[in-house]
Design a protein around this ligand. Structure first.
Ligand SMILES: O=C(O)CCC(=O)C(=O)O
Ligand SMILES: [Fe+2]
Length: 231
């Protein structure tokens, strides 16, 4: 009798979920064009304030990626309600649609690893979103998302130009890693054994934004996270 293929076999085919390593799943084309345009429009409205996108200062260097945060403001290496490293204003609230989007994402990748006793997809409640903008020269070095107290999965969506996304291991920023293309509309989820894997963006692929995605130049990426913080 032939073996039943596992859900995330490499030959799962087409544009379905692909497991990159255990706990990390890529879903190409998860958002359709109208949804991508809508996300791009939301990004533009957040950028109008109260806290504008900024390149965070990391060890004395301004990041080439510009970030605007919702719910909680991230700065190296903590979360605050006020953007004390920008203009001191409180960031916008986390929109409900993002919580729904996060739950939908976990459901669509059939997330089944509890990150805490009794916690699962139905009560995934991301309370911060880091919305990044990459121009064609922006990069993000290999790092771990480890300023959250919660080990709930990170849900990432991208709109605009594609990038080369490097997803590595939990031990260090070097090999083994895999380079994959994250294109407009793609979903990427990492949690469980991959939650603290090093990852980064090595380059933006010019002229790859699909017509009608709402972003002509550059790339928007939004990561939803649970901070595990109170108040
Ligand atoms: O742009 C991406 O796809 C990844 C962003 C990221 O790793 C982060 O914001 O921590
Ligand atoms: Fe990250």
């Amino acid at each position: 009798m032939p073996e039943t293929p596992a859900l995330f076999d490499a030959d799962f085919g087409g544009d379905g979920p692909r497991e990159i390593v255990p706990g990390a799943v890529h879903v190409p084309g998860w958002l359709d064009l109208p949804a991508q345009r809508w996300v791009a429009e939301q990004f533009r409205s957040w950028s109008a304030g109260p806290v504008p996108p900024r390149g965070a200062m990391v060890r004395g260097h301004e990041m080439s990626v510009r970030t605007v945060c919702l719910g909680w403001h991230w700065q190296p290496y903590r979360y605050t309600r006020e953007a004390t490293d920008v203009n001191g204003h409180r960031v916008l609230d986390m929109p409900d649609w993002m919580v729904r989007m996060g739950r939908r994402a976990l459901a669509d990748v059939a997330w089944s690893t509890p990150w805490e006793a009794g916690r699962d997809v139905a009560d995934y409640t991301p309370d911060t979103a880091l919305a990044n903008f990459y121009d064609e020269n922006a990069r993000m070095g290999m790092h771990q998302d480890k300023d959250e107290k919660s080990l709930a999965p990170v849900v990432s969506v991208s709109v605009g130009e594609a990038c080369t996304f490097r997803f590595g291991n939990t031990g260090n920023r070097n090999r083994p890693y895999q380079d994959l293309t994250l294109a407009s509309g793609d979903l990427f989820v990492f949690g469980g054994p991959a939650r603290l894997a090093y990852h980064g963006v090595t380059r933006i692929l010019p002229d790859t934004a699909p017509a009608g995605c709402g972003v002509a130049d550059g790339r928007i990426n939004i990561t939803l996270r649970e901070t595990g913080l109170d108040g």
